[in-house]
Design a protein around this ligand. Structure first.
Ligand code: ATP
Length: 672
């Protein structure tokens, strides 16, 4: 018998043993055993047969996708971010509906090719009845987060995969989708489930915002620093103050079991306050959380009530798809003026506002060049890997430009459905097409009048639109859809792409004349791994996440400093955010950076060994002396870094750099 066949029989025997004879080994959890039983008894599957999930026809798939179009839209960005954060080309982030149909998948072309024979593709049905025990199908069946490892899969053929999956709930509290990571490599499952859970919550919060644009969002938490974060409770209420939907954290904090228990209740039945009162107090406190009490108990919360999204000041092009908490971040250029109040709400309370860090020499010189050329109205094209901060850089350029009092309008050409880009860019008059808003709409180009228009992912703009854009750039006039009237517009043009436009031009996918119009000057922003200000950036981001810089262990620090960061600053932000959440107020250690550990095991082990020993690696004698002297000084001033810096007459940053060079942790080493 071939080894493969032998393996298949052994696997099948084990399943039969567990299901039919009740022989349970230590490795088989109840959830998996119950799923195996369903596969054998209910769906009549045979583990030795090849797994061939049905693949829906194009029409069927598009009707399934249509039904969950807004969920897919809300998930798309978060899935890409999660994939970048995992940094593992041997994995896929997958979204299914509750019938197990794969609706959207983010993965590498290699993994996609390799997984195709296993039936892992968009349109395939991964319900338990089709694909046996697996992350997606079993998550639906068990209505709970689950990890299905290797030979826990029902079909032998799938036993090279590990899947972790969590349910995604709609605003009514019903499971509407499953978010899954399927991988060939061994990632730490518990941590992966935490990350997946966080991503699912972000998707759910976005979905609430999306479906209740006309309602008032109420953000609350029992601790003010958690308002506007992923942990916040969120209710949406109509103009009468009646609850329409709630997120999971809101239910948990209010001690409720389901959305049904809170729906249609008025705000004053939940808190000792009315909507009008809460709105008024929130506005007076500049949208910082105000104390509010539970209606039927002395429980205290901090809350902010906001106007419906469309009544608030225009977004002014906040990064498309940015997490809600990040939307409220103030990101002015360091030392430069804050971008005019038109775009951004207040900074999240109790967190350091996030300032863009541009300490790297190359970035500083680019910024200076950009500001110089922009003063002459030259169009600027920003290139660089995804997540390097092209939009952040563009905002900083705008903030230092003569048009800083005008709007900054960003549009992500990759995230808009092709049929909407035109309407979004040029606007339309009332009734111009089916689904158009009644009053018509001003396009983004017209909105940017007097300010800056930032076209992100310009390489993804369809060819037909490139011609229209070119005309606008030449004539500086826009003609909304459904009209013949052209209006003059005056804006500074910035655009960005992570793809090499010259290559797209060579492939005939991008107009050469447009490329030259956009790239009056072209700047390539450096990837994070090449930036000399990494340490500063990590400190700033940690402070913004509410973790003071002293709360990180040297081993974790090294791990962060040495990671290659394929997803750049965006990936760093997400790793730090989940790390701080996992650390839950304790010192951040490599333990809380599981994905970096999983991907860089040697480095992590070395760092851990070093941390466990509490010793610095061998230093030259002069350095060892310098280290000891500094340690003594730190000890004498009780590790008050600011004081020590003052004593030494250097800045705190210089002192931190020195400590890092001498392998001195930012917190006192633990007592033996
Ligand atoms: N210099 C910086 N200081 C602080 N945060 C930054 C900086 N640069 C980028 N970020 C953060 O990193 C994330 C990604 O930034 P941004 O969207 O500007 O990148 P991008 O290069 O435009 O990405 P993409 O190519 O995917 O459009 C954002 O959360 C942003 O706030």
């Amino acid at each position: 018998m071939s080894p493969l066949l032998h393996e298949s029989h052994r696997h099948a025997d084990r399943i039969l043993d567990v299901v039919a004879r009740g022989a349970r080994d230590d490795h088989t959890s109840d959830v998996v055993a119950h799923s195996w039983a369903r596969c054998l008894n209910q769906y009549r599957l045979d583990p030795r047969q090849p797994c061939r999930p049905t693949v829906l026809s194009r029409e069927e798939l598009s009707s399934q996708r249509e039904r969950l179009a807004d969920v897919i839209d809300c998930a798309r960005y978060e899935m890409t971010t999660l994939y970048q954060q995992l940094g593992d080309p041997e994995s896929a982030v997958v979204l299914t509906n509750t019938d197990g149909v794969i609706l959207h998948m983010v993965t590498s072309p290699e993994f996609e090719r390799g997984a195709l024979p296993l039936g892992l593709q968009v349109g395939a049905v991964w319900s338990e009845a089709e694909a046996g025990t697996n992350g997606m199908g079993t998550c639906v069946a068990a209505a709970a987060p689950i990890a299905v490892r290797l030979d826990e899969h029902f079909f032998t053929q799938l036993s090279q995969l590990t899947c972790s999956a969590v349910p995604v709930y709609d605003p009514a509290g019903e499971m509407c989708a499953v978010l899954d990571v399927t991988s060939r490599s061994q990632m730490p499952q518990q941590h992966l489930l935490v990350l997946l859970g966080m991503t699912a919550r972000m998707i759910e919060n976005r979905l609430i915002d999306r479906r209740f644009r006309d309602a008032h969002p109420i953000h609350f938490h029992s601790r003010p620093e958690f308002v506007y974060t992923l942990h916040e409770g969120k209710l949406v209420v109509d103009h009468e103050g009646q609850v329409l939907a709630a997120n999971r954290s809101a239910l948990f904090q209010l001690g409720l079991g389901s959305v049904r228990e809170v729906r249609r209740r008025r705000l004053d039945e939940i808190f000792q306050t009315t909507l009008d009162d809460m709105l008024e107090r929130s506005q007076r406190a500049s949208f910082h959380p105000v104390v509010t009490y539970r209606a039927n108990a002395a429980h205290r919360f901090f809350a902010v009530a906001r106007l419906p999204a469309h009544e608030e000041s225009p977004r002014g092009g906040l990064p498309d798809g940015e997490a809600p908490a990040a939307r409220r971040v103030v990101l002015p250029a360091r030392g430069g003026p804050a971008p005019g109040g038109h775009a951004l709400g207040p900074a999240a309370p109790a967190r350091a506002p996030l300032e863009a860090t541009f300490g790297d020499a190359r970035l500083q010189s680019h910024l200076a060049t950009a500001r110089r050329v922009i003063a002459r109205g030259t169009p600027l094209l920003l290139c660089g890997e995804t997540g390097v901060g092209k939009e952040v850089f563009a905002r900083a350029v705008h903030a230092g430009s003569p048009r800083l009092d005008g709007p900054f309008v960003a549009i992500n050409c990759a995230s808009l459905p092709e049929n909407l880009i035109e309407a979004e860019l040029f606007g339309y008059r009332a009734g111009a097409f089916t689904g158009a808003e009644r009053r018509g709409r001003r396009g983004k180009i017209a909105q940017a009048d007097g300010g800056t228009l930032f076209l992100d992912e310009i390489g993804d703009m369809p060819l037909a639109l490139q011609a229209r854009l070119l005309r606008v750039l030449d004539e500086r006039m826009v003609t909304p859809l459904g009209t013949d009237e052209a209006h003059p517009v005056d804006f500074q043009l910035l655009s960005a792409s992570h793809r090499a436009l010259p290559q797209l031009v060579a492939e005939g996918r991008f107009r050469e004349d447009l490329y030259y119009r956009l790239a009056g000057i072209e700047l390539i922003l450096p990837p994070l791994r090449e930036r000399s200000d990494r340490a500063q950036l990590i400190r700033d981001l940690l402070a913004h996440e509410g973790a003071p810089q002293s709360a990180i262990s040297p081993a974790a620090w090294d791990l962060l400093m040495q990671h290659p960061w394929p997803g750049n600053v965006r990936q760093l932000r997400h790793v730090l955010r989940s790390g701080v959440a996992l650390a839950d107020g304790q010192t951040l250690t490599p333990e809380h950076l599981p994905l970096l550990r999983a991907l860089r095991p040697h480095l992590a082990q070395a760092a851990e060994a070093e941390e466990a020993a509490g010793d610095a690696p061998a230093l030259a004698p002069a350095q060892a002396q310098e280290r000891q002297a500094l340690l003594d000084q730190l000890e004498a001033l009780r590790w008050n870094v600011s004081q020590v810096a003052k004593e030494l007459g250097v800045s705190r940053n210089t002192l931190y750099r020195r400590m890092h060079r001498l392998h001195i942790p930012v917190t006192p080493p633990r007592a033996a």
